[in-house]
Design a protein around this ligand. Structure first.
Ligand SMILES: [Zn+2]
Length: 102
């Protein structure tokens, strides 16, 4: 018979002492602000820098599907740029990358 060392059992049921604090946080301050475009306007203008010619220009991207990736021609040198972006839980844009295709 194997001997189990006392105290060697990992504690898996960690208590969550701050769950009430989290509830209070969500209850007190609603982050959702109706009327400020959140969700109603799923497009946004962003400034991207062309990976070919180095010029920056504004382009409108569609955030309705969340994370996106598509090809758009540079407005300066007309080379195809791969635009990729991410959104957070509220649908706000968090990052955009512009890279060469191929
Ligand atoms: Zn360009």
């Amino acid at each position: 018979m194997k001997r189990a060392r006392a105290g060697a059992v990992p504690v898996l049921s960690a208590t969550m002492p701050d769950s009430k604090a989290v509830d209070a946080l969500y209850g007190l301050e609603p982050v959702y602000e109706p009327g400020e475009g959140g969700g109603a306007n799923p497009t946004e203008f962003v400034a991207v820098t062309c990976p070919y010619c180095g010029e920056s220009f504004d382009t409108q991207i569609d955030l309705s599907a969340g994370t996106f990736s598509y090809i758009e021609d540079c407005q300066v040198c007309c080379q195809p740029i791969e635009l990729a972006g991410e959104t957070d839980d509220s649908g706000a844009l968090t990052a955009v990358t512009a890279s060469r295709v191929g």
